[in-house]
Ligand binder design. Structure first.
Ligand SMILES: NC(=O)c1ccc[n+]([C@@H]2O[C@H](COP(=O)([O-])OP(=O)(O)OC[C@H]3O[C@@H](n4cnc5c(N)ncnc54)[C@H](OP(=O)(O)O)[C@@H]3O)[C@@H](O)[C@H]2O)c1
Length: 289
C-alpha cells in the first residue's frame, strides 16, 4: 500500500483502522494490535470514543514487539465539540489527547464536527501544529458549503476532511470541493457502518464474484480508486485481515459506475448533520467534567 501526500508534505497511508464504538479497553487494545500486526499503520480514534488510552497502549506494545517504529505509524484523534467552546479549552483538549495516548505527537488531529466555536478551536490546532505537537490538522463532517467558508477564512487550510463515504452515500460534490482546496478526503463508515445491507446487494455481489473478492473488499476498493483514504473498523481478526487485502485487484470503469449508481444521496446518510436535534445532541454531549 502506498501513501497520499497531504498538502503540507506529510505522508498518510491510504488505508487505516477505525475504533469507533470499541469501548471495552482490552478489546480496543487487542484489535489495534491485531491490525498493526496485520499491516495497518494508520489508527483512527477520537476523544469521544474514550479509547485513546487503549490505542496508545497498543502502539507502545507494537513498537516494543518490534513490529514497527513510531514514525511508521500514523495516529489520528479528534477534538470533541465540548472542547471546541473556546481557544483555551481546545488547547487543553489537544494536550489531553497527547496525554491519554501517551504520545509526543499525533500525526493527524481533527475537529470532529463543524459545531461550537470551531474557528477558535482551529486556531489552537494551528498553534499546536506550529509547535510540532500535531503533524497534520484537519476537519471532519464539514459539508461542501462549510468547508468552502472555512478554507476561505482560516490561516492554515485543513489537510484532511473525514466524512461519511460509501456507495450508498457517495458525495461526489464533496469530493470536488475537497479537490479544489487540496484537502484529502477520508471515508468514515466505508463499509456502511453496519447499515444499508450491502452484503445482500446484488450489484455488489456480482462485482465481488467477478473479481473473486468479498463485497466488503469491493466497497473499500471503490473508495480508494476514487482517491479516498479508508478506515474500516472490525473487532474480528479474519475481517481485519480481509479488509486490508484489497491491493491486488482493480475495479473496471464499468464496475466503478455501477457501484456509484447505488448512491442514495442525502437520504442515504446515517447521521443527519442538518437536523437541529442531532446538532443539539452533539453540542450538549459531555465526554468529561
Ligand atoms: N468522524 C466521524 O464522525 C466518524 C463517524 C463514524 C466513524 N468514524 C471512524 O470511521 C471508522 C469506520 O466507520 P464505522 O466503524 O462506523 O463503520 P465501518 O468500518 O463501515 O463498518 C464497521 C461495521 O462493519 C462490520 N465489518 C467490518 N468488516 C467487515 C467485513 N469484512 N465483512 C462484514 N462486516 C464487516 C463491523 O463488525 P465487526 O466489528 O463485528 O467485525 C462493524 O459492524 C470508525 O471506526 C471511526 O474510526 C468517524
Amino acid at each position: 500500500m502506498d501513501h497520499k501526500v497531504l498538502h503540507n508534505g506529510i505522508k498518510m497511508p491510504r488505508e487505516g483502522f477505525g475504533v469507533f464504538q470499541v469501548r471495552d479497553k482490552d478489546e480496543c487494545k487487542q484489535s489495534v494490535l491485531t491490525a498493526i500486526r496485520a499491516g495497518y499503520r494508520l489508527i483512527d480514534t477520537a476523544a469521544s470514543y474514550t479509547n485513546e488510552d487503549a490505542v496508545g497502549e497498543a502502539v507502545r506494545e507494537a513498537i516494543a514487539e518490534g513490529i514497527c517504529t513510531r514514525d511508521e505509524l500514523f495516529i489520528t484523534s479528534k477534538m470533541w465539540v465540548q472542547d471546541m467552546a473556546n481557544y483555551d479549552m481546545a488547547k487543553a483538549a489537544i494536550d489531553d489527547s497527547l496525554k491519554k495516548t501517551g504520545l509526543e505527537y499525533l500525526d493527524l488531529y481533527l475537529l470532529h464536527q463543524a459545531m461550537g466555536d470551531y474557528f477558535s478551536a482551529w486556531r489552537a490546532m494551528e498553534d499546536a501544529y506550529k509547535e510540532g505537537k500535531l503533524k497534520a490538522i484537519g476537519v471532519s463532517n464539514f459539508y461542501p458549503n462549510i468547508l468552502t467558508n472555512f478554507c476561505e477564512t482560516v490561516e492554515i487550510k485543513p489537510m484532511v476532511n473525514q466524512v461519511e463515504l460509501h456507495p450508498f452515500f457517495a458525495q461526489p460534490e464533496a469530493l470536488e470541493t475537497m479537490k479544489y482546496y487540496g484537502v484529502q478526503p477520508e471515508a468514515w463508515a466505508p463499509l456502511g457502518g453496519g447499515r444499508y445491507a450491502p452484503f445482500e446487494n446484488e450489484t455488489l455481489k456480482a462485482i465481488a464474484e467477478a473479481h473473486g473478492k468479498s463485497i466488503g473488499q469491493v466497497m473499500l476498493r471503490w473508495n480508494v480508486q476514487r482517491g479516498v483514504v479508508i478506515i474500516p473498523k472490525s473487532t474480528h481478526e479474519n475481517r481485519i485481515r480481509e479488509n486490508l487485502d484489497i491491493w491486488d485487484f482493480e475495479l473496471t470503469a464499468d464496475d466503478m459506475e455501477k457501484i456509484s449508481s447505488l448512491d442514495m444521496g442525502y437520504v442515504g446518510t446515517a447521521v443527519k448533520h442538518f437536523d437541529p436535534d442531532f446538532v443539539r445532541m452533539c453540542v450538549t454531549r459531555k465526554i468529561h467534567d
